[in-house]
Write a protein that binds this ligand. Structure first.
Ligand code: UD2
Length: 310
């Protein structure tokens, strides 16, 4: 069983990844600065003796180095990030610190302490607003936000370590959804916003005609992909889309919610948001070929779980 250092462990994807690793029998050291993560996301994990949580800023000069020196991890899953595209536009400098500098710290710590593997939270945002679908890993990278640009740059920094014997896996997540996603901003993931509004008995707002589609992937599948990449033997370095390969429209999403909330007001339609892309869908085959990973949770099932557990 492995020793895994998870940065951003108290976040949405981090907490599910931590739970997955613990369920698989690994020992986990989580680190988070609680900027966008919450200790309560780890309530279940904190009951387990194989888990420890440390408060630290991954971008600080020697934080990860010290943690790696003490814990001697076999792998680092680097999920700590500035996660909001909108915030990266408002504060590009902070975006650089949290999405690039922090990654440099992780890379340096891995080299200094003989860590064999790094799994990195990249994003479909590196492809920008391409209309060349499905999006393949070879699709042109043309990020349209500081967030997307930083994720692409960070991928490059990490993949450079492969030459020095570290296995690096960059996971380009598509539209991840599930319990613990923060619905706080109007630009939060649409499913988290819809979930909160239906829960509060309010109707949802659809920007555009609702026929826009996304490749929505359950956070449980994402956590499993992270665990596989960090712990399964015989995996080489590379970058892969973490997606389902299937497109779901907002109208379909609303239809599923409406079945669970038959009393809810009908959705309100407003003009499409400027810059919104109509369709996005990834090609999922590389993760299958390189990691043996395929998404397993159908969107309707993932939504039913979200509605049940919140
Ligand atoms: C992602 C980013 C977004 C922006 C965009 C660029 C996230 C969560 N969002 O958005 O910040 O960079 O990529 O392409 O990473 N919608 C509604 N009603 C709502 C909220 C959203 O209709 O209350 C629509 C929204 O206009 C869009 C779709 O739902 O058409 C999905 O929105 P999203 O923000 O969840 O995801 P995405 O991929 O558009």
């Amino acid at each position: 069983m492995g020793r895994i250092l998870v940065t951003g462990a108290a976040g949405f994807i981090g907490s599910h990844t931590t739970e997955r690793l613990l369920a698989d029998g690994h020992t986990v050291l989580g680190v988070d600065n609680f900027r966008s993560g919450h200790r309560h996301n780890l309530t279940a994990a904190l009951r387990q003796s194989a888990f420890r949580l440390v408060e630290a800023d991954v971008a600080a000069a020697d934080a990860v180095d010290r943690l790696a020196a003490g814990f001697q991890p076999d792998a680092i899953i680097h999920l700590a990030a500035l996660v909001s595209v909108q915030e990266s536009i408002r504060d590009p400098e902070l975006n650089h610190r949290l999405n690039v500098t922090a990654t440099e710290r992780v890379a340096a710590a891995a080299l200094a302490h003989g860590v064999r593997r790094i799994v990195f939270a990249s994003s479909a945002a590196i492809y920008g607003d391409t209309t060349d679908l499905p999006i393949r890993e070879e699709t042109e990278k043309a990020p349209i936000s500081p967030y997307g640009a930083a994720k692409l740059h960070a991928e490059g920094l990490l993949l450079g370590l492969a030459a020095q014997g570290v296995t690096v896996r960059c996971h380009r997540y598509f539209n991840v959804f599930g319990p613990r996603q923060d619905p706080a901003s109007p630009y939060s993931g649409v499913i988290s916003i819809f979930d909160r509004r239906y829960r509060e008995g309010r109707g949802v707002t659809i920007y555009g005609d609702g026929r826009q589609t996304r490749d929505f992937i359950s956070v449980h599948d994402v956590a499993r992909a992270n665990a596989i990449a960090a712990t399964q033997p015989g995996i080489g370095s590379g970058a892969a889309n973490i997606c389902t390969g299937r497109a779901t429209s907002l109208l379909e999403i609303v239809g599923i919610f409406a079945r669970h909330y038959p009393q809810a007001p009908a959705p309100r339609f407003e003009p499409g948001r400027p810059g919104d892309i109509i369709h996005s869908r990834g090609r999922a085959e590389r993760a299958e070929a390189e990691l043996g990973f395929t998404a397993q949770v159908p969107v309707a099932e993932g939504l039913a779980e979200l509605i049940r557990v919140g």
